[in-house]
Design a protein around this ligand. Structure first.
Ligand code: ADP
Length: 398
């Protein structure tokens, strides 16, 4: 069975065609700068053949039409006809409280998704646009929505509620939702498989550390808490996002700097995090290089990030009453060897001791703690597309 996985952003479409027999991608690509000057498509087949199209893409429909041309191309494609694609799985950022699992899309569901726009104004509208456009261009294929928030719907009320007047939860749905759910679910499942133990018997902490970072406590296979919140701004400091700060700083800054709500939100989402602290870059490779050259603010930004990851591992171990596995994933988690070692330093109280040879690994599954540790640490590269394709397949086959 062939499943197309689609991730529509406001000006981009990422796609991957998955062969579910092999659980492998046949091709993948990215259409970017949609509706802007300089739009293009980067397309790659798994045999290494690459295509770079400088192409006018006025809207998402034009982008998806061109993507379908690439997928069915004799040289760069993987199918003769688009009808060979059995189903399309869409990444949808926000499922609110309405969706605790993936769903087969119908007209009624589109209305429900549209009712969630307020919760994710930047992400959900392009996601829904992608679904509608694929319905139009591939009417034969069932469309499935897979939500970033769904995995976290098992978080208990005492962990997802904010200590605000309760009416705001009732009126506006203000609560913790959590994000990166597809990644946390996939990675915790892989961790159990690597250990050869049932996930339902394990206490797992997944550290998804990338441009956006979040940590999730997965107890007996269910998300019981996560660091992101009402929006993906909460929790850890990130590339450009502040993560948790004292909420009183917001009105203070608005008054002092004469900022509108939009301006202050822009500062916290785009100008903060390790970029804001270092003044150099949001990319951890740049920060590590700057630190090596003696840049103190790069060092501070990295130390802050490491400290917060460490703190959440402790907090979630307490929340779960113990810890069996801590897993690193995402661009930073999979690649930043030194950072992982620093996060896990002085954790023998949790039964963790890093093996520096084993930890000398990038981008592949590996256990990085010493033999015999009571708590295992590991690296598991995330594969959100495979997870989306699997959930899509499960709904289509039923
Ligand atoms: P996204 O959240 O956009 O999916 P990724 O998970 O791909 O992002 O993570 C991207 C980040 O991973 C980069 O910004 C960079 O900071 C970090 N990264 C990638 N490779 C390395 C590396 N070798 N060492 C340290 N950090 C790295």
């Amino acid at each position: 069975m062939l499943i197309l996985v689609v991730n529509c952003g406001s000006s981009s479409v990422k796609y991957k065609l998955m062969d579910m027999k092999e659980e492998k991608a046949l091709l993948s690509g990215l259409a970017e700068r949609i509706g802007l000057p300089g739009s293009r498509i980067k397309h790659k087949k798994n045999d290494g053949k690459e295509l770079q199209l400088e192409q006018d893409l006025p809207d998402h429909k034009a982008a998806l039409e061109k993507i379908i041309e690439c997928i069915t191309d004799k040289e760069y494609g993987a199918v003769n006809d688009i009808s060979e694609i059995a189903a399309v799985g869409h990444r949808v950022v926000h499922g609110g409280e309405k969706f605790n699992k993936a769903v087969l899309i119908n007209e009624e569901l589109i209305d429900t998704l549209e009712s969630l726009y307020e919760l994710a104004p930047l992400h959900n509208p392009p996601n829904v646009l992608g679904i509608k456009t694929c319905q139009e261009l591939m009417p034969h294929a069932p469309q499935v929505g897979v939500f970033d928030t769904a995995f976290h719907q098992t978080i208990p009320d005492y962990a997802f509620n904010y200590a605000l007047p309760y009416e705001y939860y009732e009126k506006y749905g203000i609560r913790k939702y959590g994000f990166h759910g597809t990644s946390h679910k996939y990675v915790s499942g892989r961790a159990a498989a690597i250990l050869g133990k049932p996930l339902t018997d394990l206490k797992v902490i997944v550290c998804h550390l990338g441009n956006g970072s979040s940590i999730t406590a997965v107890k007996n296979g269910q998300s019981v808490d996560t660091t992101m919140g009402f929006t993906p701004l909460a929790g850890l400091p990130m590339g450009t996002r502040s993560g948790d700060i004292d909420p009183a700083i917001v009105p203070f800054l608005m008054e002092k700097e004469n900022l509108s709500p939009e301006e202050v939100s822009n500062i916290m989402n785009k100008k903060s995090g390790v970029l804001g602290v270092s003044g150099i870059s949001s990319d951890f490779r740049d920060l590590e290089n700057a630190q090596a050259e003696g840049n103190k603010r790069a060092e501070l930004a990295l130390n802050m990030f490491i400290y917060h990851v460490k703190k959440w591992i402790g907090a979630f171990s307490a929340a779960m009453g113990g810890l069996d596995v801590v897993v690193f994933t995402g661009g930073i988690g999979e690649n930043a060897i030194d950072l992982r070692a620093k996060v896990l330093a002085d954790m023998s109280y949790l039964g963790i001791e890093v093996d520096s040879d084993r930890n000398n690994v990038r981008g592949k599954e590996a256990i990085i703690t010493k033999e015999g540790c009571s708590t295992v640490a590991m690296v598991v590269p995330t594969n959100e597309e495979l997870m989306i394709a699997k959930e899509t397949q499960a709904l289509v086959i039923k």
